[in-house]
Design a protein around this ligand. Structure first.
Ligand SMILES: [Zn+2]
Length: 375
């Protein structure tokens, strides 16, 4: 998982922290230690404020974790597999592998996150009622109450892909019975709210309210880009729905035998056809792939005596596509592997190759023929 690392596993769900988290924790700790705590509970040493800042940051982190766990555990109890949670300081992403099948499930899944944040906020207020806000610990709970209530309310903004947008989507879905239309409407609402926030931010900024202006404008921009990317996801799913690998793959595949030397590979295949890689056959069986990079790792004077089969990446260590696999799955695999092509294999036989160019070409042809999937 790029830019994130695993910190543990809770109830079978892998928990990751994004690297940006460390930077934000440091900034948050420092800004709480020089701003929030000295103004609430004056007269302590700098070290004490830093400790309180760190404590408050970590408790906020735990709150965000509980918010995400609530989404994930409800999803799983409704039969949706959950692989992992990635945490950023102000939020997280639950990696739920499937979209819910019924609007009621989506409603529960989406609503429980903000509900947990509001409950933590409420609980902090209750604790504050008993211990009072004038002690260092009281200041920590004041911060927890404020941040969790804000987190709960912000996430209830009805713009997809925020939790509130998912709640809205589930309601429209329930009314119209159409998942895709509901997604589109919730996304548009998200974009409209994002625009309003940006305009609001700019107006506040020029009215002299610099800090609030920047903060609200930034929030709008964040919401807008989130709405855009979820829109792209829906467009992606729509373009590829019902299409399988065998419809898009090229069936004519150049292969090389495993028992030729690297010298013959370069002179007979790579140079004349300007190839950077080739699929390797061991007799009739698909054996692996050999790339120019792998050839280069062998000293040139040994090319004559070294066989392709010894240098190639064997098929057991490669990702391959199956002919009946949905094209979207194969493309996600290619993106994850940073590969430009995937061999298509059925029962150990190489039946074709799926290339990025081929996929782009396929979409262009469908578009030019006006073939759209009905939503
Ligand atoms: Zn949430």
């Amino acid at each position: 998982m790029g830019g994130s690392f695993r910190i543990g596993n809770i109830a079978g769900i892998d928990i990751y922290i994004n690297f940006s988290w460390f930077i934000v924790v440091v900034f948050l700790t420092i800004s709480l230690a020089i701003g929030w705590f000295p103004s609430l509970v004056p007269g302590y040493a700098t070290g004490a404020y830093l400790f309180l800042g760190m404590l408050a940051s970590l408790l906020l982190f735990a709150s965000v974790l509980l918010h995400e766990l609530a989404h994930s555990l409800v999803a799983r109890s409704r039969g949706l597999p959950v692989k992992s949670i990635i945490l950023f300081i102000f939020g997280g992403v639950s990696n739920i592998e499937q979209e819910p099948e019924r609007p009621g499930i989506e409603f529960q899944m989406a609503f429980v996150g903000p509900l947990v944040s509001l409950l933590i906020g409420g609980l902090s207020l209750l604790i504050l009622y008993f211990i009072g806000g004038r002690s260092p610990l009281g200041a920590v709970f004041t911060y927890l109450a404020a941040s969790n209530l804000l987190l709960g309310i912000f996430n209830l903004i009805p713009g997809f892909p925020l939790d509130g947008g998912r709640v809205l989507r589930s309601i429209i879905w329930k009314i119209t019975g159409n998942f895709r239309r509901a997604t589109r409407i919730a996304t548009i609402v998200g974009e409209v709210i994002a625009y309003l926030l940006i305009v609001c931010g700019v107006l506040l900024f020029f009215a002299g309210n610099t800090f609030s202006g920047i903060w609200i404008g930034f929030t709008g921009w964040f919401l807008f880009s989130a709405a855009q990317s979820s829109n792209a996801q829906v467009a992606f799913d729509t373009a590829f729905r019902g299409v399988v690998v065998s419809q898009v793959m090229e069936t004519h595949v150049e292969t090389v035998p495993a028992n030729i030397s690297l010298q013959r590979l370069v002179d007979g295949y790579f140079l004349p056809h300007a190839l950077r890689s080739a699929f390797v056959m061991q007799g009739e069986r698909f054996a692996g792939v050999i790339t120019l990079g792998e050839v280069r790792q062998v000293a040139r004077e040994e090319w004559g005596q070294t066989l392709v089969g010894f240098v190639m990446t064997p098929v057991e260590q490669m990702k391959v596509a199956q002919p009946q696999q949905p094209i979207g799955d194969a493309l996600k695999l290619m993106i994850a592997q940073r590969a430009n092509e995937l061999p298509v294999v059925q029962n150990g036989q190489l039946v074709g190759v799926l290339t990025r160019d081929g996929i782009v070409h396929y979409i262009e042809i469908r578009r030019s023929l006006g073939m759209h999937n009905a939503a």
